[in-house]
Design a protein around this ligand. Sequence first.
Ligand SMILES: Nc1ncnc2c1ncn2[C@@H]1O[C@H](COP(=O)(O)OP(=O)(O)OP(=O)(O)O)[C@@H](O)[C@H]1O
Length: 688
Amino acid sequence: MERERAHLAGSRAALRAMRADAESLDISDVTANWVNAEVLRAQLDQRIESLADLAHTPLFFGRLDYEHPHTEADSAPASPYAHHAGHSFYIGRRHVHDAEGDPMVVDWRAPVSEPFYRASKKDPQDVALRRRFGYTGGELTAYEDEHLGDPAEASQASALLQREIEKPRVGPMRDIVATIQPEQDAIVRSGIEGTVCVQGAPGTGKTAVGLHRVAYLLYTHRERLARTGTLVIGPNRSFLHYIEQVLPALGELQVRQATVDGLVEEVAGRYGVQVRGRDGAETARLKGDARMAQVLRRAVRAGVTLPAEGCVVVRGSRRWRIPSYELQELVEELLQRDMRYGAAREALPQRIAHAVLVRMEQAGEAPDDRVQDAVARNAAVKAVVKTVWPAVDPAKLVLRLLSDPEFLAEQADGLLDADEQQAVRWAKPARGVKSATWSAADAVLVDEAADLVARTPSLGHVVLDEAQDLSPMQYRAVGRRCTTGSATVLGDLAQGTTPWATASWQEALSHLGKQGSDVEELTQGFRVPRDVIAYASRLLPAIAPGLAEATSIRESPGDFAVRAVAAEERTDAVLAACRASLGREGSTGLIVADARVPALAAALEEADLPHLAPGEETSAGVRLTLVPATLAKGLEYDYVVLDEPAAIVSGEPDARTGLRRLYVCLTRAVSGLAVLHTEPLPEALTRT
Ligand SMILES: Nc1ncnc2c1ncn2[C@@H]1O[C@H](COP(=O)(O)OP(=O)(O)OP(=O)(O)O)[C@@H](O)[C@H]1O
């Protein structure tokens, strides 16, 4: 222990020296101008920030002793003469080296760290000793050894791991670098080229795995991703708030986080669209149907006409005439090519100019590229393009589609029947983009139309969390943001709470444009106590037949109670249950049907129980959060008080969605769950 503490002290000193080095760098000599200087300064500041020694995050959490010498960048044994090769490595959140450049701590993402997560007695991967460290308030207080090369040593579950998993939860989500499990690590470290889809029951670590995968990819492909960018997509703002500190804690400050709605509204907003309206469930489902992509594809091209007349270009004393049939051929050829509408519109004048140039050459002239450009900009050519291939504004196009029955009927012919067309159309036709009542699903249509006109830039990697809830059109919107990159798709079919939630991952992947990607399954649950997950799983046959029940690797069975209370006592019973939970360590979430939020917020206030909204940070003073059922997804609390399951179910447009919402709410608890009800419980829950 003395030696390990000395190594910790030494590593801290080395980190301080690295920071001091970075701070003292004088960049005035190497930067030619102030723009370069600013860029370099910002990078340096970021490096200095990333080198901070945070007292409460241990610098290393594990150690590997190899049988043979290794280097940091390689998991295979190195030649004994390799520079910086060693037998023993400390694994931590970031790399730290001493004055000679020898590693004091290696990054958990380095190849040499991998066996810390993966090696086993069966497959020791050249590891003789794996040591896990335990900390209490920043102090190194314990360690645990496994001698992987010693077949006589009995395998036993790690007490430190168990302690980490059962630790009370306060505040936002934490990283899990010290305790990533082998099946999780396999996903975290899978290659950047491929898209991975993960189906996992509640609490199996999908979100955690997705975030650690981003950190891993950034480490392994830093330059490429710095150019192309990475993005994490979550279901709503409170969820993003809840996870926003995980990546910075892992040293990654540059990852963008957004919701699908946020992404498409940003694009639609450029065309003047502001989302203010809401669609009914059936309308939203139809607008999210993949057939809408075909309708839009037709609609974008609907304005293209075949020229009836030829085009005459006058240059100097000469006139060049391209006959209408030749123009028609050019237009038809462009229509057949798989080109963006806008790109084709830019290509058309060049094609016409080319036809003119051919004629000039035939007449003995020797025109060059500049002449072609000039002809392409000629007023006669521009006039042809304007009429045969008119500019398309995505928002105006969607507006017309949703307002003009005849236009919609033409574009949707054979795709949507008359009833469907009527459901899709706005009840009141809109006059203009600014005054129209756009819904979130409409904004997705505008995003699709915008992409048909001009290609959406693609990122290097996109993590899509709670992916089961997206409509086919939303999958397409995400897919076009990673056409040249890859994706990590995370979700649980049983937690799909939109009327259009996906029924199969293969289908979702095909809408994303990533068909045939691997689908992995995580079944080991880290959050929900055994009794609670067993209770919630009673709903599975009704909400997702065929999905396996999650296990729970928590040893404590958890506090679990279901109590019927009389109507007049219900609010008091809820308040009492909250007080009881607040008497314990950690956070409490009071989850209620959305419609019950105002009443309970008032009751909490009257009872002097201060509370937060979901995603807001708990503090020592306020550990109670009032959670509307529709925002519970992805979040967790030590203790959950669940008010009136029947109201949560009936708050949704259909029974299956209601039961799925309930399943989400029942699986938020880490240490205890109290269910209080006045109305009868949904039948699916009372079946044993
Ligand atoms: N290997 C691990 N070690 C310690 N804690 C873990 C591990 N994996 C997951 N956890 C913890 O378990 C909890 C649930 O993880 P997470 O939220 O990622 O699950 P999820 O599968 O996304 O759940 P949901 O489906 O409910 O959204 C989190 O507190 C997470 O930190």
